[in-house]
Design a protein around this ligand. Structure first.
Ligand SMILES: Nc1ncnc2c1ncn2[C@@H]1O[C@H](COP(=O)(O)OP(=O)(O)O)[C@@H](O)[C@H]1O
Ligand SMILES: [Mg+2]
Length: 254
């Protein structure tokens, strides 16, 4: 990602959006930079606890003054106020990275047909606010990537990642796609990632006849390849022994 650019992460519930966002904030703090985490869905307590489960301890960064967590309820006081508070917060202390987790919740509890237009306008101004100050931002949105709001938002961001849980062979695996990334060459492949108790990990891609393999299909493929390597190694050793025997035998023939 380029500094000062905007990344949008889309996925349905539990696909790992918040985990990815928290990783970016954590990485900034590890570099000694300021980070801002705006929570629109969960409380700071929930997020601090949940992220510990994937090995991210954000509390020390909060205590060191590197990470600011703001849990906002925009439905309580309106979108305009929300944006104004955010702008003020950024003026006080310019973070190098801002993560807005769960931007789709902006429209929660706000009745009316103008909602999506109002929300989109706020999101556009939020992104402007970040880019004008050189802040790298990560915005997570709930959805499958084909909702009108998501598509509109995607035109405002530089990079768009889609997270998906794919069900196959009786298991659900976590997949990640890059849908777009302005100014960078990127893979066209679906990647598998795993959430572990020591963070988010990208898994090496395994391409089979049916496409990219994930989960146990990948493990089976890896095992088949290891078996094949072992078979080749054994075959090589057998030929070497044969050759050795024939060379040893040769002088006796003379
Ligand atoms: N230690 C862990 N190992 C594997 N998976 C985990 C671990 N801790 C949490 N998870 C998974 O992470 C998911 C939560 O990811 P999260 O980033 O909150 O998703 P989202 O924000 O997209 O809803 C949980 O549903 C759970 O399946
Ligand atoms: Mg979340």
């Amino acid at each position: 990602m380029f500094r000062g650019s905007t990344l949008m992460v889309t996925g349905t519930a539990g696909t790992g959006k918040s985990s990815l966002g928290a990783h970016v904030a954590n990485a900034a703090c590890e570099r000694g930079e300021q980070a801002l985490l705006v929570l629109l869905e969960e409380s700071p307590k929930q997020v601090l606890r949940n992220m510990r489960s994937i090995g991210l301890d954000l509390r020390p960064w909060v205590e060191a003054g590197l990470l600011r967590i703001w849990a906002a309820r925009p439905s309580v006081y309106g979108l305009e106020t929300h944006l104004a508070v955010l702008a003020e917060m950024i003026r006080e202390k310019v973070p190098s990275v801002a993560v807005i987790d769960g931007i789709s919740s902006l429209s929660n509890g706000i009745p009316g047909t103008e909602v999506s237009h109002d929300v989109m306008s706020i999101v556009a101004r939020m992104i402007d606010l970040f880019t004008s100050r050189g802040i790298t931002s990560v915005i997570t949105t709930l959805g499958q990537g084909d909702e009108a709001n998501t598509v509109t938002m995607s035109s405002m961001v530089d990079t768009w990642l889609l997270l998906r849980n794919a069900e196959a062979n009786g298991e659900r695996n976590r997949l990640l796609f890059v849908l777009k990334s302005r100014g960078t060459a990127h893979s066209n492949q679906v990647r598998e990632f795993v959430l572990t108790d020591h963070g988010v990990e990208l898994v090496d891609v395994y391409v089979g006849a049916a496409g990219v393999l994930a989960g146990s299909a990948r493990v089976t493929q890896q095992a088949a390849e290891r078996d094949e390597e072992l078979r080749i190694a054994e075959e090589l050793a057998r030929r070497r022994r044969e050759l050795h025997r024939s060379v040893v035998r040769a002088p006796r023939l003379r």
